[in-house]
Design a protein around this ligand. Structure first.
Ligand SMILES: [Zn+2]
Length: 200
């Protein structure tokens, strides 16, 4: 049976790197992967998954109202697909997560989703909530706080590097940046000495 996987992390944990390495492993064996990423994320330009260490690959984009089962089915009619990789999976809707579950269950194609668990206010993203609920496999991609503890939380910083406490879950094209912190330092709004490097 093909499975639905959710690999979750906080910011800057290298999840796009892990995704691209895994999809490369398929290509290396002569197998084809379908890559998807959220249209809301224009960080890498449209239709591209890019990692901070320089890896990049073309990807189809999804929006909230896209039928992803239909998308994968249509692609499958043109070429073989051995795996589906989804970056920025936190932006999936609950409906789309069920569509991806159907890709695994009825098309027998494994679906590997990568995304953030929580937003800057410590709340689950919709896609992450649905994936945590129904994925067959959950795996955390770990990163560390400036203090060395595991970073499970994400803080949003304004252009001046101050922690933002209120606002929309998703900001497009703004000047804010994000930093991953352990829960204790997230609660204390303590950026440590790493504050200057908070952007990346
Ligand atoms: Zn810490």
């Amino acid at each position: 049976m093909a499975k639905l996987y959710f690999n979750y992390s906080s910011m800057n944990a290298g999840k796009s790197t892990v995704l691209l390495q895994a999809s490369y492993n398929y290509a290396e064996r002569g197998m084809t992967a379908l890559l998807l990423t959220a249209a809301v994320d224009d960080r890498a330009g449209h239709g591209k998954i890019a990692s901070r260490i320089g890896l990049a690959a073309a990807a189809d984009t999804f929006r909230n109202d896209d039928d992803l089962f239909g998308h994968v089915s249509a692609a499958l009619a043109k070429r073989p697909i051995h795996a589906v990789f989804v970056d920025e999976a936190q932006f999936l809707t609950e409906t789309q997560v069920w569509q991806l579950a159907s890709v695994a269950d009825t098309l027998a194609i494994p679906v590997m989703c990568f995304g953030l668990r929580t937003d800057f206010q410590g709340r689950l993203f919709p896609g992450s909530q649905a994936l945590l609920a129904i994925a067959d496999s959950l795996k955390e991609i770990k990163t560390i706080c400036w203090c060395g503890r595991k970073a499970t939380m994400v803080a949003r910083l304004d252009a001046a590097g101050r922690v933002v406490e209120e606002g929309e879950q998703v900001v497009i094209g703004g000047e804010e940046s994000y930093v991953s912190l352990c829960r204790r330092h997230w609660v204390d709004r303590d950026l440590g000495s790493g504050a200057q490097a908070a952007g990346e």
